[in-house]
Design a protein around this ligand. Structure first.
Ligand SMILES: NC(=O)C1=CN([C@@H]2O[C@H](COP(=O)(O)OP(=O)(O)OC[C@H]3O[C@@H](n4cnc5c(N)ncnc54)[C@H](O)[C@@H]3O)[C@@H](O)[C@H]2O)C=CC1
Ligand SMILES: CC(=O)C(=O)O
Length: 333
């Protein structure tokens, strides 16, 4: 049982107050890891945030820079360094360490090198944080979720990837811009691989309470099927465009990672499209894919069995095939 889940049981039994005792560790202090730490500090996602990297000078400087701003960020504390012991006792560990895409590379192109890095990292992490929930952000994150689960032997509920939480945020922003409503009133998800075979679950998408296909505002044009296709394509190619322009995507994934950690640390039961190893979901097993999942103190506590359209079902199976093939190439199938 994770510490957060144990605390929940104690709270229910009246033996513990609600004051959280939470530690979030971030492995990898590059563009993504530091943005995640920054977002987590500002959002007060955890009481203690630890940043670990093998580059001592860099991680020490990043921790110092973040610590210098804590007068303005509430009560969270930041620690870190190049000694893996900084993760000891974590409730959530988010892994962002490893190679990133260069312009023209796909996420799957990073698989072999990043699986190798993860193989080296997992035993030491699990030794120091045996009760943590592990969240894989390093790409290809769906492949790395399977690898981390195998290398750690932890239950698959406690080892999952950020999946398409970021892509879904991109989708919601685009739909909000198009429809003129706030992102919080857009209910839509990208599912499948966090990668080139991902797709929008249009059959379930809503603007407020209205299915997107029936959305007919008084003074605006409805969103046509062609526009929906173009928006989904825009989401799929978004990372390539940002990487082309600035070499990395970091702020939006930093916020997404902090949001997922909060769902665990606050035992929220939030529905998020994270990616855990499937066992019979729509007939798919042995690969991790992003599907609507309930995230709470125990990790992914349940998957939501959404009715997919025929096309969406085909797209989900295509995503699964792509990832099965990649896992087989890596000897992880
Ligand atoms: N899943 C998602 O939605 C997203 C995933 N990513 C992925 O996140 C990963 C990191 O990206 P960036 O931060 O931009 O890369 P970066 O190159 O800026 O940082 C990577 C960091 O990992 C560190 N590292 C390497 N091996 C390590 C080890 N064994 N232990 C600890 N630290 C180690 C490096 O020293 C470096 O500081 C990439 O794989 C990228 O593709 C990026 C954006 C979104
Ligand atoms: C790099 C990456 O995976 C993303 O920004 O979606």
């Amino acid at each position: 049982m994770t510490r957060v889940a144990r605390d929940r049981a104690l709270r229910h039994a009246g033996q513990m107050s609600n004051s959280e005792r939470s530690k979030l560790s971030i492995v990898g202090a590059g563009a993504v890891g530091t943005s995640l730490a920054y977002a987590a500090l500002i959002r007060e996602s955890a009481r203690e945030i630890a940043l670990y990297d093998i580059q001592k000078a860099k991680v020490d400087a990043e921790v110092l820079d973040l610590a210098h701003g804590t007068q303005f960020t509430g009560s969270s504390r930041i620690i870190g360094g190049d000694d893996l012991d900084v993760v000891t006792g974590s409730d959530v560990v988010i892994i962002t360490a490893g190679a990133k895409q260069h312009p023209g590379q796909s996420r799957l192109d990073l698989a072999a090198v990043n699986v190798g890095i993860l193989r080296g990292l997992m035993p030491g992490l699990v030794e120091r944080a045996p009760d943590a929930v592990y969240i894989l952000v390093t790409n290809p994150c769906d492949i790395l979720a399977v690898a981390a689960q195998k290398f750690s032997g932890l239950p698959s509920a406690r080892v999952f990837a950020s999946g398409t939480v970021l892509d879904s945020s991109r989708l919601r922003w685009l739909l909000a811009e198009r429809t003129g409503v706030s992102t919080s009133s857009v209910h839509a998800m990208i599912v499948g691989e966090h990668g080139d075979s991902e797709f929008a679950l249009w059959s379930q998408a809503r603007i407020g309470p209205v299915p997107i296909q029936s959305w007919r505002p008084v003074d605006r044009a409805p969103v046509s099927a062609d526009e929906l296709d173009s928006i989904a394509e825009d989401v799929k190619t978004a990372a390539y465009r940002v990487i082309e322009g600035k070499g990395a995507t970091n702020y939006a994934i930093g916020l997404s990672g902090a949001r997922i950690a909060e769902a665990v640390l606050r035992d929220e039961g939030a529905i998020l499209p994270v990616s855990s190893v499937l066992d019979g979901y729509h007939g798919i097993s042995g690969v991790a894919l992003a599907v609507p999942s309930i995230v709470d103190a125990s990790g992914v506590s349940a998957l939501i069995d959404v009715p997919f359209s025929e096309q969406e079902e085909r797209q989900l199976q295509d995503s699964a095939r792509t990832l099965h093939e990649e896992l087989a190439k890596l000897g992880l199938g």
